[in-house]
Design a protein around this ligand. Sequence first.
Ligand code: SF4
Ligand code: SF4
Length: 137
Amino acid sequence: MSGEPMALRPHHGMCMAYFVGFGYSDGFSRNMARLLTEELPPDRPVRLTVAPDPVCGACPRCAGGQCDKPELVASYDRAVLELCGLAEGAVLPFGGFTALVEARILDRDLRRFICGGCQWDHICRRTKSRWAAPERT
Ligand code: SF4
Ligand code: SF4
């Protein structure tokens, strides 16, 4: 692993898998793209945190340093932790975390049971996960 651990809400491992440029604001989307392309190479350590993270940092719904749906998003986070067999506060490489999210949740089509009520579900359900292995031809 290299670099300081970045705090990451566990359920953002799913949101990032399906991010295609849409978000709560232009600033949110720019920040998400930057995190994915510049800040989170597979060997960057992340600390799984059920609290606002750098994704939330550019989110207009994060007024006053807290998500406006704190209990709902915390339930998403806890479901991801449980399915991945991880505890809050765990530190692991981002690539190791996303591999677990893919294998334990996304590839098993379990995401919809966690966050199927989210306003972005219609996008996530039809988008291929960026953590999935490339299809063989
Ligand atoms: S439906 Fe919402 S919470 Fe679930 S992965 Fe997509 S953006 Fe994230
Ligand atoms: S503040 Fe809430 S809605 Fe915004 S990115 Fe964070 S968890 Fe998601």
